[in-house]
Ligand binder design. Structure first.
Ligand SMILES: Nc1ncnc2c1ncn2[C@@H]1O[C@H](COP(=O)(O)OP(=O)(O)OP(=O)(O)O)[C@@H](O)[C@H]1O
Ligand SMILES: [Mg+2]
Length: 418
């Protein structure tokens, strides 16, 4: 069935496939470690031998992620050989056919998705990225797996040790009818040393421990624990190739704008900051005044940013900037966790430096911390205090990630040592 010439499975992969006979089967661990390939194979073998009663389901965050993470690999002949031809799916359709069996595809982005499972009886389910599922969806799915011998196959990267999947299932696997395999990068035989190095450069701190080491660890203490004033603050700026702006809007809270430059030395620089704190100054500003102030500030700096990335919730201010003819306005990508990871990776690599004049940012960076209350319940959230310039930084850094991603992997060893 498998194209074993191009896909020699690792011992861990083979073992997990042979052992996946429990009611709940979970592959967890590092990114790119071969979990998806092993679990998909175990799932397909189960489909091949499935009885007539009960539905077969694949669940993921959305139909698109199911297609990308599950169906695309299954249809890849380089991976699955002749089997790939027996996986039929039309993009956008909510079913696929695997070995002649209909498989239902269910996206579960939010708690409402649970409703889609109500009333059905399933015999096999595959769950991609299990920690990203709402807990209610997972519970409902297990309740639906009521056909005799029903089985669940799931993969995930590690999250908080207090995450519901870890506490409620993985830690109790001996009490439950559950089998779990922990994968590390070395369990994927296809990764070159250079690729592993490049991956490791993208993940630092918390994410290094979770995504590379594959450990379930809490987010606690300082978020940017790699921040070091001696290393990251500069008095001189090189010439810049281009600029972008990141902007966190506030009326009662502080308003913060940062000018980010791409230096000719292949580093990113926070060159300048404009902030207004209406509480401290006892003077609130209208959107029109903010717009004028920001454009005057950029004018004085002589900077013409390619894009200005704005707090996506600041609808009225975005409209004002448009009306005032400010060029290149974009809503910032506001994925908090991924944004923090981007900033952290650049700081750790010594690729992001801050000019000494950016006082608000320099004040906020060291104290920016994970919220212990959220940590308690297994979530990663920053404390919502003094997060204005750091949010502006996250917006401009993460929204431009495709522009600077390559900087993390070029000339890295010397830079990291500096
Ligand atoms: N035994 C193998 N031989 C060759 N290539 C493999 C093997 N196992 C996995 N791969 C390839 O390595 C890459 C990562 O594998 P896979 O998608 O299974 O990892 P994963 O653990 O699910 O990663 P993630 O956590 O990022 O989803 C894929 O491109 C896959 O095709
Ligand atoms: Mg995967």
């Amino acid at each position: 069935m498998l194209n074993l010439d191009s896909l020699p499975l690792s011992r861990k992969q083979l073992r997990s496939i042979g052992q996946a006979r429990a009611r709940i089967n979970l592959w967890h661990g590092s990114v790119r470690s071969g979990k998806t390939i092993a679990s998909l194979l175990a799932f397909v073998i189960a489909v091949a031998t499935a009885g007539p009663s009960g539905l077969i389901i694949i669940c993921g965050r959305s139909l698109q992620t199911i297609e990308r993470n599950c169906l695309d690999p299954l249809q890849d002949a380089a991976l699955f050989g002749p089997l790939a031809r027996h996986v039929v799916h039309t993009r956008g359709a909510t079913t696929a056919t695997i070995l002649g069996r209909t498989v239902h595809l269910i996206g579960a982005a939010d708690a409402r998705a649970e409703g889609r499972l109500r009333g059905l009886t399933a015999q096999l389910a595959y769950v991609d990225e299990a920690t990203l599922m709402p807990e209610g969806f997972w519970t409902q799915l297990l309740a639906r797996l009521s056909a005799p011998g029903a089985r669940l196959f799931a993969t995930t990267n590690p999250d908080s040790p207090r995450h519901w999947l870890k506490k409620g299932y993985l830690d109790r696997s001996t009490e439950l009818d559950m089998r779990a395999w922990h994968f590390k990068l070395r369990d994927n035989p296809s990764l070159s040393a250079a690729y592993v190095d490049a991956l490791a450069a993208e993940y630092v701190g918390l994410w290094r421990r979770r995504m590379i080491d594959g450990a379930w660890v809490v987010a606690e203490g300082a978020i940017y624990d790699m921040w070091d004033e001696d290393r990251h603050v500069v008095d001189e700026l090189p010439s810049m190739r281009r600029h972008w702006v990141g902007l966190d809007y506030g009326t009662t809270n502080p308003f913060a704008a940062l000018l980010l430059g791409e230096g000719v030395d292949d580093r990113l620089y926070v060159c300048a900051e404009w902030r207004h704190d209406s509480r401290a100054t006892h003077r609130s500003m209208t959107d029109a005044q903010y717009s004028t102030a920001v454009r005057d500030w950029l004018g004085e700096l002589g900077a013409a940013p390619e894009w200005t990335f704005i707090d996506p919730s600041a609808a009225s201010f975005i409209t004002q900037l448009w009306a005032d003819g400010h060029p290149g306005i974009a809503r910032a990508v506001n994925d908090v966790s991924d944004g923090i990871r981007s900033v952290a990776a650049l700081l750790a690599a010594g690729r992001l430096l801050v000019h000494r004049s950016c006082e608000g940012l320099l004040d906020e960076l060291p104290g920016y911390s994970w919220d212990p209350k959220a940590t308690e319940v297994g979530e990663d959230k920053p404390l919502k205090v003094d997060d204005h310039s750091v949010d502006a930084l996250r917006y401009v850094i993460h929204s431009t990630a495709h522009e600077w991603r390559h900087l993390l992997t070029t000339h890295r060893p010397e830079e990291a040592a500096a």
